[in-house]
Design a protein around this ligand. Sequence first.
Ligand SMILES: Cc1ncc(C[n+]2csc(CCOP(=O)(O)OP(=O)(O)O)c2C)c(N)n1
Length: 290
Amino acid sequence: NNAMRTREQLTPPSCDFVEIGFGEINISKWAFDYCRMQPCSIRALADTALGIPALTRACKKRLADDSKLRSRIAERKAAIGKRHDQVWAKWQEDARRNWNASPITFARLALEIWEVIKTEDWVLTANTLKQQVRKLWDFDKPYRHPGVELGTSTQIGISLGVALAHKGTGRIVVDIQPDGDLMFDAGALWIAAKYEIPMLVVMHNNRAYYNDWEHQIRMAKLRGTDEAKAHIGMDLFAPEPDFGALARAMGCYGEGPIDKPQDIRPALLRALAEVKKGRLALVDTITQHR
Ligand SMILES: Cc1ncc(C[n+]2csc(CCOP(=O)(O)OP(=O)(O)O)c2C)c(N)n1
């Protein structure tokens, strides 16, 4: 609870955690510098792109000569599979809520992007549209998503690095880019033009530093102060930055702003064609606040 600074455990106390990653050496969110680490029974220091395939190989080897274990796993797979299918079907259904809302909902934007990239060998850089992409896209390879951003102003830079790493592989690197984050480092777009780094940038433009605006609303409610003033210093309108023009000014491809959901997919397809030519292409899509 961000307002009251209280915590509540969502997992049962018996829940065991196993972690593969870089958290232990503090290559993660800055908040890790100050917080207690999640207790884990096993914490493996590894890049998941290497660690998961290695773990899969080790498991397959163990399974090969243990038929009892194989059947136990098959049973569990069936049980979990049923639950999984139900949950995923519900997420698909939930995503249809407010389908025609303008500006677009996070869930519909996630699906519009998915329709454009699902037949490509894609990589998602940092933002997950508040987990909507995790519910609606199929993350079928370890390299699909290196992880979320490390805080405001880090996402465009991290995305450029991810795109540079994949340059020349034929993969389509997608950055779902919050407007506030790009405001901190607009020059990053020029770097992409200068060094010919292809990337599809889909603006998640809610015309706000909304994380903090939302917090001001929360605090206004708690303190009984004027909620209508919560946007001060937090909004990104009057005037609205024109990110399509910004991209073009830096030598990239840029379109938008687009606030009609039905106009987004054709724009994404045009931008994708530009990315395939080897450049950064930005589509400025206007989203709901949350
Ligand atoms: C350098 C820095 N300054 C300020 C913050 C505090 N902060 C956290 S989220 C946020 C707003 C981010 O806005 P945006 O990137 O547009 O994402 P949104 O919350 O609107 O989805 C800010 C200012 C931060 N994390 N890092």
